[in-house]
Design a protein around this ligand. Structure first.
Ligand SMILES: *Cc1c(COP(=O)(O)O)cnc(C)c1O
Length: 428
């Protein structure tokens, strides 16, 4: 007789052959003291696990699946392309069309280069900024995430902003020392770093989602633009999460930011491994083979990923964005009193939001660290038992899909209310 393929049995086997049983750490549920369900299928706004449970999916593969899982027309387009081959390592027409579409959609992009992950996009954008300015330093904001490479896995050493600490063993201190950190929503620390004159670029998530959703204060983003210009540094907006989510032109369109370079990922790959970086043509001209700054990728711009990205973007019409905005507003209107009535806080920008287990919305990473993480963990487990798949950490944001129907929204509100009720009691 076969054993049932339950999530817990799979987890045990996984842990024997994969560190922690997962291929990306946050999936392990360590931050919420739980065990992750193993998924077999996604359809529309829902995920299905090996034990037959169904979840309203509020992460959408961490952002890409703005149109839900297994969209039939998108799948057809990917399959049609795949029948003609999966990768050539040679130029294709679809890459040209996609670059034209990306440049037309995003206000900062004059030229763009495709790669395969957000990590690659920020790594290459930072190298390009260093190559273009001839400077080595970068400024990164505490709590922003730009992928898993050395330059950006650095957090501020408790208040000692001049002594950056490596965020992970294995990162040489010589590399970490080139990354200066500053709190989000604070211009003074950034100014002090820039005044030293050795900063190639300031890189940030214009709306951070990787420390939970944080709202930029009025004037902050423009302040960073003005300061970087004044000191000859470039401004890199990492739109891997916000690109094509906060608007067609991302955070740069929403907040009118004239960045030098932007990084895209997640939605632009439509659920396949594809990302991009680009910006002013003058800077992009420094890139190999035109210029001296080297960058490459065997599977970059492969036909399958390009087809998934193009098929997704082609369906992100004004109507879809209007529906997403209306859904997010409706959820906010109904959820906010349930959260605030329990002395918790809700931060939201468009279709990204986080319920924080602290009474006031955080302004920066330090504030987020004050949240009641244990209570968040209990809330997460309760939500899961209500059939709602939240991001498994207080340091993450919900990404709403643009396909929610009124019944899904009702389910979301009643499920989260029941979960909050179980953890912190009734709303006042
Ligand atoms: C997810 C993310 C990345 C990293 O992208 P990967 O494809 O996971 O390498 C970089 N920056 C931001 C803002 C992200 O949200």
């Amino acid at each position: 007789m076969f054993e049932l393929p339950l999530s817990s049995a799979l987890l045990e086997r996984a842990r024997a052959v994969i560190p922690g049983g997962v291929n990306s750490p946050v999936r392990a549920f360590a931050a919420v003291q739980g065990d992750p369900p193993f998924m077999v299928r996604g359809q529309g706004a829902y995920l299905y696990d090996v034990d037959g449970n169904r979840y309203l999916d509020l992460i959408g593969s961490w952002g890409p699946l703005i149109l839900g899982h297994a969209h039939p027309e998108i799948l057809e387009e990917i399959i049609a392309v795949m029948r003609r081959g999966t990768s050539f390592g040679c130029p294709t027409e679809a890459e040209v069309l996609y670059a034209e579409e990306l440049c037309a959609a995003h206000p900062v992009l004059e030229q763009v280069r495709l790669c395969s992950s957000g990590t690659e996009a920020t790594m290459h954008a930072i190298r390009l900024a260093r190559g273009a300015t001839g400077r080595d330093g970068i400024v990164k904001l505490d709590g922003c995430y730009h992928g898993a490479h050395d330059a950006v896995l650095v957090a501020a050493g408790s208040g000692v902003v001049t002594f950056a600490q490596p965020g992970s063993p294995g990162i040489p201190s010589a590399v970490a020392g080139l990354t200066r950190t500053a709190p989000y929503n604070d211009l003074d620390t950034v100014r002090a770093h820039l005044e030293k004159g050795d900063v190639a670029a300031v890189i940030l998530e214009a709306v951070p989602g990787n420390m939970g959703c944080i709202v930029p204060e009025p004037g902050y983003l423009q302040g960073l633009r003005d300061l970087t210009r004044q000191h000859g540094s470039l401004l890199i907006i990492d739109e891997v999460m916000t690109g094509f989510r906060l608007s067609r032109g991302g955070a740069c369109q929403l907040f009118d930011i004239d960045a030098d370079l932007v990084c895209l990922g997640k939605i632009v790959g439509g659920g396949m491994p594809l990302a991009a970086f680009g910006g002013k043509a003058e800077i992009m001209a420094r890139l190999s083979p035109v210029g001296p700054v080297y960058q490459a990728g065997t599977l970059s711009g492969n036909p399958v990923a390009v087809a998934a990205g193009r098929a997704t973007l082609a369906r992100l019409t004004d109507d879809v964005y209007a529906h997403l905005a209306a859904t997010a507003d409706e959820i906010d209107r109904r959820l906010r009193p349930l959260v605030q009535g329990r002395d918790l806080s809700l931060s939201r920008v468009g279709s990204m939001f986080t319920i924080f287990f602290r009474p006031t919305p955080p302004r920066c990473f330090r504030d987020v660290k004050e949240c009641d993480m244990k209570a968040f963990g209990r809330f997460h487990r309760q939500a899961l038992s209500q059939g709602i798949y939240l991001p498994p950490s207080q340091y993450e944001a919900v990404f709403l899909p643009a396909i929610l129907e009124p019944a899904d929204v009702d389910h979301l509100i009643s499920g989260l209310d029941a979960a909050l009720q179980a953890v912190v009691g009734s709303a006042a």
